[in-house]
Design a protein around this ligand. Sequence first.
Ligand code: DLL
Length: 410
Amino acid sequence: MPRDQLETVQLQRLQTTVRRLRDHVPLMTKRLEGLADPSSLDDLADYPFLRKTDLRDNYPFGLFTVDRSELARVHASSGTSGKPTVVGYTKEDLAIWDECVARCLRGAGVEPGWWLHNAYGYGLFTGGLGLHGGAEEAGIGVVPVSGGNTERQVTLIQDFAPESICCTPSYALTLAELLQDAPNSLKVGILGAEPWTEEMRQSIEEQLDIVAVNIYGLSEVIGPGVSCETADRQGLVIMEDHFLPEVVDPDTGAPLPDGEIGVLVLTSLTKQAFPILRYWTGDLCSITREPSPCGRTHARMSAIVGRADDMLVIRGVNVYPSQVEHTLLGVDGASPHFQLVVRREGTLDTLTIRVESESDGADSDALTSTIKAAMQSSLGIGVAVSVEPPGSVPRSEGGKLSRTSDQRAL
Ligand code: DLL
């Protein structure tokens, strides 16, 4: 759809969403007091942000706009502390979600009639059931294997010969290790739910011999399928007829121009049970509204470069785990299995990078100095490096892998 038509649709849907929230959610009635309904998309910037703490404060169903009897499903994400955040869907919401994920899969090159090995966790996490519904909608057969039990997953991939797979990028690496170099049937991987870099993509593609595309989403907004790369991988195409993106300054909240990196803020345009206005995702990326070479007119976002709250301050220098991954995987002989250990010495935070060498017999002294020099030049600080034999660093066992071990409180 040409952008001017798309923006007309977006504005109508935004007006409906604002009215729905004002009429049905006490918190929003209060917050929107004195604010007129939007008469242009630019008015969006006048509304307050919705944050994760608002979801927690209104646990479990305080932000829903429908009675619980109208809900078809709930999902929840376990935060790092306390109560989970709960999200709800009507039957129509589920149909929209399926459509978004179906678009992701088809754009990624997954064909009707193929099979999808779905190794995202089933349950309260949105990954498993989200990809499941989208695949069924698109006519793709699902192997609903869920996360974990890696040996069995490998057997199923070998015996069922699925053409596509979805899981976290870190779990794709775990599976690749077990599949070894044996030929496999996989052609496309739809990977996301955690940050990963181009270097990690290359490594996964080489090991599994697949095209790996990046899928993004979060339960507060709908789940996976908010955006996804197409097979030509020119950024993640946002399902902009359902979700309105903004990128704002992490400190001031002011809207940033296209191309600048800031916090992604998302507004749902069609959701019924749990609409959200200006949800502060905390994820850092940039967006472009230039038409894509593949012909799509929807805005595209860059890969997530980090989370505003992921940033480490190592001796006064801001460091994102994704920067470390990017540098590390550029070093010959370093494997994609690494962990960042943050400790506190006195008042200073220190960073140790644990990384496995690619092979058993590697010269670990030489690799250590190469990595140290690479980090000094890309991050501007010295870090400690521990090169370890293959198999020493924790692997993903199906879910999201935390690359950072924060030992500052110990
Ligand atoms: O992770 C939904 C999902 C499932 C996305 C399967 C993709 C595939 P949550 O558990 O609510 O939902 O976590 C959302 O995960 O705010 C990001 O910080 C991170 N995240 C999700 N996808 C990506 C990605 C699902 N492609 C949080 N790249 C988000 C980087 C991602 N981070």
